[in-house]
Write a protein that binds this ligand. Structure first.
Ligand code: FAD
Length: 810
């Protein structure tokens, strides 16, 4: 059962029936196929390039699919090309970065000069532009047509589309969806997908499922006929789609008129109660089309005329404020709900990504997993603190404002901040912490209190302005202090769970790849795979008692995945403890000198070995100590209750004075983990990668019994990897990279960087990158393309630092 026959619902019906699930019904409150939803009037610009590989894959599939479709001989997609114009040096630089993203994700793109921009768009004032990014395969999608064409294909395979059926209730029983109720009767169903677009939260309320999206209005206007613009009605447009992101504008031709879309105006949230009922038949009067507010458009019109002077002779003839969905992070909401099994979301999806997102959801439903990694779109990616209506509204509005902004990958959200803080927050502020935000948490990236430790060479280590924006010489100082002395890291945001009960071991064994059947006190690094053997995530599992484990996970997606697989007989229980506890990482060669005098417990290597866990006391504070290290130095993660956190911090801090202990932030942490080759799940590897090619084969024990993904991973173990997650160093110590840049082999893009950071220990930038297996061998010369410039790099044997593990195991 699919709710909504917009572009997403239609694409989903097609993708499901194509996979053999023929018993599909699509319920639509409006008429078919100009339903009155967002798709009915979307101007259909498709720009594929996106910072997210997943979103780019979705767009590429959409383009490929709609290019093949027609409706009674009329096209569904035309590749008129895309042109993003830069009018500021900042944008021009960003287009070079975007060119890199396009090349990383396999989209054809090139930078063109002002004259070429004006040749493509003769109305454009070439004196105003510095250049553009031209993407020949981008173009126009006819959303209603493509919807209908896909609906026909689905209908031919057995699907039914019912118009004027308004879903008014969702039926549930025992935590599972049983069907929906409409104004024309009830429809039983074992799987219900809400593809209701910006009505999603209303459907969510019927199902008892949080749908974190905010409907916002966005202005679109049509000029009167413009001289020099002539396109036969059947093709609509010849010139590329044009984006003027420095003014939050986009343009396309409509016959002899120009359509102008603007994100420059104030965010205009829309209350669902204010949206009209769907029209009786396809008409201009559509619920998602609100009345045009010309005053909001005036500045955009002036900016349009400035870029396209020929518009001065024209005028705005008509316009509307069109409604569509914005989420807290600007990404779609896909997946099955934790709150109601069998109830799925496919919402906050643009026309651009519609077929790709629909394919992913169809694969997920039909085959158990999408072939494209979708963790960035998963409906469970948000923390509970990110689901309040106030948060969704604040973040949704910010997503709207930032649609066309140049957004730095490390740029923190503006608000709401601070939302979540660790017990050490005030101490961190006192030390001059510079905070970034992640999962709602304030996370120190460096501390100005460490300024006296900065050396002259640290000052210029990262001088490229883009990379330096969220870097500080203090990062180098803190990294060095960790390698040479001892540092305290606030690890509180690391999510942790307790798993207990007689079935706890069997449950964790089934969920993960490594052997967890160790004596109490043993700790294991292990992987969560999906059924296809792809790496979902990694975990650290500490067995604290026969039936009691502490599990450190990467994200709320892991918690959800584990919860969803708990044994039905209640023999294993999972409890998240993150909010009530805290953690300090104490790492560095002097870590033992710091903590041993504070404890009556034996913390020697013999008394407390590597990858062991024990309950000990640090001063007055009972802690769970795990002898693990993500930075590659001797030390412990020390966990205690949030109530005792401050006392723990102060105890360590006081004792550390004589040893020169420092507080260190995420900047140093990230650099040190790359020196050690420690992968970051979701960034360095995803479900698209198997453990062996990701260099994580050591965490897979095929002989331990069955676990999720075992069959697939056993097959992967037998074959030579096609690609490898490889370690690179940039040859020129002065140059840097950030992540997501293309890696060139013999001058052509062959892979992409996942993570990169300046290494203080090595005095150069370290990057991890996916490369074809033959190119991923140590010694191979490659290039990392950074803002359009190829930087020489060499594949290195890893890990770069302490391969013998001598510093940790002592
Ligand atoms: P919709 O098309 O809104 O479909 C949802 C359907 O669910 C509707 O038909 C609705 O009637 C139905 N429904 C809702 N509640 C119920 C119920 N209770 N019972 C039964 N049926 C129900 N995207 C791009 O990619 N490129 C662009 O250039 C672009 N420009 C845009 C310009 C404007 C002005 C606007 C408003 C949007 C634009 N978008 C663009 C975004 C794009 O239009 C949407 O993201 C996309 O159309 C959403 O498709 P959908 O199928 O999820 O939603």
């Amino acid at each position: 059962m699919i709710i909504g026959a917009g572009i997403v619902g239609c694409a989903l019906a097609d993708e499901l029936t194509a996979r053999g699930l023929h018993d599909v019904t699509v319920l639509e409150q409006g008429p078919l196929f100009a339903t009155g939803g967002s798709s009915s009037h979307a101007p259909g610009l498709v720009f594929a390039t996106n910072p997210s590989k997943t979103m780019t894959e979705f767009a590429k599939y959409t383009v490929a699919k709609y290019s093949r479709l027609d409706l009674d001989g009329r096209w569904c997609f035309r590749a008129v090309g895309g042109l993003e114009a830069a009018t500021t040096p900042q944008r021009w630089d960003d287009l070079k970065r975007k060119l890199g993203l396009a090349r990383s994700w396999g989209v054809r793109a090139e930078l063109v000069g002002p004259d070429e921009c004006a040749r493509m768009w003769p109305l454009l004032d070439s004196d105003r532009v510095l250049g553009g990014l031209y993407t020949p395969d981008d173009g126009l999608a006819k959303a209603v047509r493509a919807g209908e064409a896909q609906a026909r294909a689905a209908t031919a395979r057995g699907a039914a589309f019912l118009d004027h059926h308004t879903v008014v209730g969702v039926e549930r029983d025992g935590g599972r969806v049983r069907g929906v109720v409409t104004d024309r009767g009830a429809f039983p169903a074992d799987v219900v997908v809400s593809a209701a677009g910006f009505w999603g939260p209303a459907i969510g309320r019927m199902a008892g499922v949080a749908v974190p999206l905010l409907p916002l209005a966005h202005q679109y206007a049509f000029t009167a006929p413009v001289e020099g613009v002539e396109n036969p009605p059947e093709i609509e447009a010849r010139r590329p789609l044009l984006r003027h992101q420095d003014r939050d504008l986009y343009f396309r031709e409509h016959g002899d008129r120009i359509g102008i879309g603007s994100y420059a105006h104030r965010p205009m949230p829309v209350h669902l109660a204010d949206v009209a009922e769907p029209g009786a038949e396809a008409s201009e009067d559509m619920p998602s089309k609100l009345e045009f507010t010309p005053a909001d458009f005036d500045p955009s019109w002036r900016d349009s005329v400035e870029l396209l002077p020929a518009l001065a002779g024209s005028t705005i003839e008509e316009g509307f404020n069109g409604v569509f969905s914005f989420t807290p992070d600007g990404m779609p909401l896909l997946g099955e709900s934790r709150a109601l099994r069998g109830f799925w979301l496919a919402e906050a999806v643009w026309v651009t990504h519609s077929a790709g997102a629909a394919r992913a959801v169809a694969e997920w439903i039909a085959e158990g997993r999408p072939s494209t990694d979708v963790h960035e779109c998963d409906v469970h990616r948000f923390e509970d603190a990110q689901l309040s209506p106030a948060y969704v509204a604040d973040r949704g509005k910010q997503s709207f404002v930032e649609v066309y902004d140049v957004v730095h990958p490390a740029q923190p959200i503006e608000g709401p901040r601070p939302l979540r803080t660790s017990p050490f927050y005030q101490r961190e502020r006192d030390l001059g912490a510079f905070f970034l935000e992640g999962g709602g948490w304030e996370r120190p990236h460096w501390y100005t209190a460490n300024a006296p430790l900065v050396r002259p060479e640290d000052e210029g280590a990262v001088h490229d302005p883009w990379a330096a924006r969220y870097h500080s010489p203090l990062v180098c100082a803190e990294a060095r202090a960790t390698r040479e002395g001892v540092a305290l890291y606030d690890m509180t945001p690391l999510k942790r769970l307790e798993v207990s009960g007689p079935g706890a071991l069997a449950f964790l064994q089934r969920m993960t790849t490594n052997q967890l059947d160790r004596k109490p006190g043993g700790v294991a690094y292990t992987l969560l795979l999906d059924p296809g053997g792809g790496v979902r995530s990694d975990l650290t599992v500490a067995r604290l008692d026969e039936d009691f484990f502490q599990v450190a996970v990467s994200s709320s997606l892991d918690v959800e995945w584990l919860r969803a697989h708990l044994p039905a007989d209640g023999s294993a229980v999972l409890r998240e403890t993150t909010a009530g506890t805290c953690c300090i990482g104490v790492w560095g060669p002097l870590a033992r000198d710091l903590v041993q005098p504070l404890s009556g417990d034996d913390l020697s290597h013999e008394g407390f070995g590597f990858f062991k866990a024990r309950r000990v006391h640090i001063g007055h504070v009972p802690v769970l100590a795990l002898r693990v290290s993500y930075v590659g130095e001797l030390g412990w993660e020390l966990y205690t209750g949030a109530d005792l956190g401050l006392r723990l911090w102060d105890t360590l801090w006081e004792a550390g004075r004589g040893l020169g202990a420092v507080a260190a932030g995420r900047g140093a942490f990230n650099s040190l983990r790359l020196e050690k080759g420690y992968r970051l799940a979701g960034t360095d590897m995803t479900t698209e990668h198997d453990p062996y090619e990701a260099g994580l084969g050591f965490a897979v024990r095929l002989d331990k019994g069955d676990f999720i993904g075992r069959e697939a991973v056993a097959a992967a173990a037998e074959r030579e990897p096609r690609r490898r997650l490889s370690c690179l160093t940039l040859d020129d110590p002065e140059r840097t990279a950030m992540g997501r840049e293309p890696v060139l082999v013999d001058g052509a893009p062959a892979g992409y960087v996942t993570s990169a950071a300046y290494s203080t220990t090595l005095g150069r930038t370290v990057a991890y990158a996916w490369l074809p297996a033959e190119a991923g061998l140590p010694g191979t010369a490659v290039e990392v393309e950074y803002f359009g410039e190829p930087l020489a790099a060499t594949v290195a044997a890893e890990p770069l630092f302490d391969p013998q593990m001598a510093r940790i195991r002592r």
